[in-house]
Design a protein. Structure first.
Length: 332
């Protein structure tokens, strides 16, 4: 969508009432036939627009796609999501966001896609990304902290997503699974993949990639055993633009506090209250070893605190945690 089309759309979303063709001509310095072309383009993209002689144009239905014009009315942030690059299809929003960050994109820019052909998950896994139903987006951050602190961001964003999901429905109990998943009824609803470019003392940028299963109504086997969506959990369709805005609205103040506070201490009570693993017996698989114990908490640096059978406290900084009493389908 070109710039003027997008601005006409934004104006119609903001006004909610009829806007005259003449006013649009004046506002954007274009002819009446150009206005008509932009309106036709918007209609071809799925927007319902009433045209009434003597009154002008009025938007009667949005598309529900997470495009900037539909996200912006729900945003309360200062920086996050103020620039959103939307793609109907791309390989991976993380790849695009990293390229933008290398080119100098400012903190807060978001890349969002309606579908991904090569969505990436942790540990080299793929993230299935069908079109029209879910959220796939990547946020560019420039935290200016030593790279050793960056892994804490995964838990911080998990808290923000959890807050946004919890605000949707009181009947809906999502849990945070250290370090980067949100689960509901033991099935995965959302994943986070943070990637960074850094030197030891300086983080150039972090790309926070978020996938949320929103309105997906079916999962192919074997995924149906381990994955769920908001639609499955609540029985209701959710607005993707509003949910995207809500995650950013919750995340920005948490991120600002984290920059000031130096660690996760301020959000630990929230993380522990909503932690799926709290007080549970788990095994954490790491690249070269596995560690087992009972989860006693999360450290202010984001490590999982495990108590071994011998009563020793072990701090685990990375890995894939599995509940020991649960079948493997609980560990998507
Ligand atoms: C995981 O749980 O393994 C992390 C999944 C992260 C998926 C998101 S979708 C948007 C962004 N783009 C990607 O390619 N991956 C992340």
């Amino acid at each position: 969508m070109n710039d003027i089309t997008a601005r006409i759309l934004s104006q119609m979303i903001t006004d909610a009432d009829f806007v005259s063709g003449e006013a649009l001509c004046r506002e954007f310095g274009i002819t009446r036939s150009a206005v008509w072309k932009h309106i036709s383009l918007l209609r071809s993209e799925g927007y319902s627009i009433d045209a009434v002689t003597g009154r002008g144009y009025r938007l009667s239905a949005l598309t529900g796609r997470p495009v900037e014009a539909e996200v912006r009315p729900s945003l309360t942030t200062r920086r996050f999501g103020r620039k959103i690059a939307y793609h109907s299809v791309t390989a991976s929003t993380n790849i695009l966001a990293k390229a933008l960050a290398v080119e100098g994109a400012v903190e807060g820019c978001v890349v969002v896609a309606d579908s991904q052909t090569g969505g990436r998950g942790r540990m080299g896994r793929t993230w299935l990304s069908p079109s029209g139903v879910n959220l796939y987006f990547s946020l560019i951050l420039r935290p200016g902290v030593p790279s050793i602190r960056v892994p804490q961001l995964t838990l911080l964003v998990a808290a923000a997503i959890h807050q946004a999901l919890s605000a949707l429905s009181v009947d809906f109990a999502a849990m945070i699974k250290w370090p980067n998943d949100i689960l509901a009824n033991g099935k995965k609803l959302c994943g986070v993949l943070c990637e960074m470019q850094s030197e030891p003392d300086c983080t150039h940028f972090v790309v926070v990639g978020i996938g949320i299963n929103v309105n997906q109504s079916a999962f192919q086997p074997p995924l149906h055993e381990s994955a769920t969506s908001l639609f499955f959990e609540t029985g209701q369709l959710s607005s993707r633009p509003e949910l995207l805005a809500s995650v950013l609205n919750y995340f920005e103040p948490l991120y600002d506090s984290w920059l000031l506070e130096d660690d996760l201490g301020f959000i630990l009570p929230y993380l522990e209250t909503h932690s799926l693993l709290q007080s549970k017996a788990v095994t954490v698989d790491q690249l070269k070893r596995s560690v087992s114990g009972t989860v006693r908490g999360i450290s202010r640096f984001g490590e999982l605190e495990l108590e071994s059978a011998e009563g020793e406290i072990i701090l685990v900084s990375s890995g894939e945690a599995h509940l020991r009493s649960c079948p493997s389908s609980y560990n998507p």
